[in-house]
Design a protein around this ligand. Structure first.
Ligand SMILES: [Zn+2]
Length: 213
């Protein structure tokens, strides 16, 4: 980290790279002090953590440099290097994250299933997929990760209000609840290689259809 003005608010920092690149600025992976991934944060929040001296250690392979204004007293331009993976001091989210079931959204569900219909095996764009309840809601099935799969409209309609066995439509993969690291990997489209490698070390070990790298 270079010199920067400690009292300066994060909003005063400006990224130096060209505008087009700026829109591509990746999200920063925030860890708790023990190295458990917690969430994605925008670079402005990361700058704020650096400015408050809240970054305990870093694990990414890259730094992004952000420049702020000139200090009136010293004439020195403020500047802060942001690592792509930062562990934050005094953060004990470990237990919280272990308990937390990732929110279920279609976008992450379809990514979990690699945009494949879990009945016919064909690949579809997001807007052509549906959320199929393996045990239909009308039969007491729950709207949870472990009871939902991506399905194309045709298969979903054909299956109707039946369980796969009744419809003679076996599932191609058993639906699972992503752990938090897997969920973070699913939920960021601009994930960097070092961030993915870090999260991968905390995947559950089962084959991950969405992870094709
Ligand atoms: Zn299908």
């Amino acid at each position: 980290m270079h010199m920067f003005h400690k009292n300066r608010s994060a909003g005063a920092f400006i990224k130096v790279c060209p505008a087009r690149e700026q829109s591509m600025t990746p999200l920063i992976l925030r860890l708790d002090i023990s190295g458990i991934p917690v969430t994605w944060i925008p670079w402005q929040d990361a700058v704020s953590l650096y400015c408050r001296d809240m970054v305990a250690w870093t694990a990414g392979e890259h730094n992004f440099t952000f420049h702020g204004g000139i200090c009136r007293r010293t004439g020195v331009r403020s500047c802060v290097d942001i690592n792509t993976i930062i562990a934050v001091k005094r953060s004990s989210t470990h237990r919280h994250v272990k308990r937390t079931i990732p929110p279920l959204t279609n976008r992450e569900l379809f990514l979990r299933d690699a945009h494949l219909c879990m009945y016919c095996g064909s690949e579809y764009p997001e807007h052509e997929l549906t959320r199929d309840h393996v045990v239909p809601l009308s039969r007491g099935g729950l709207d949870r990760w472990s009871n939902v799969v991506a399905a194309c409209r045709q298969c979903n309609t054909r299956k109707g209000n039946r369980i796969p066995e009744m419809a003679n439509m076996p599932l191609l993969a058993v639906p699972y609840v992503p752990n938090w690291a897997e969920y973070l990997a699913l939920s960021n489209r601009r994930i960097l290689l070092d961030q993915m490698e870090f999260l991968k070390s905390q995947f559950s070990g089962r084959p991950m259809p969405f992870y094709k790298q």
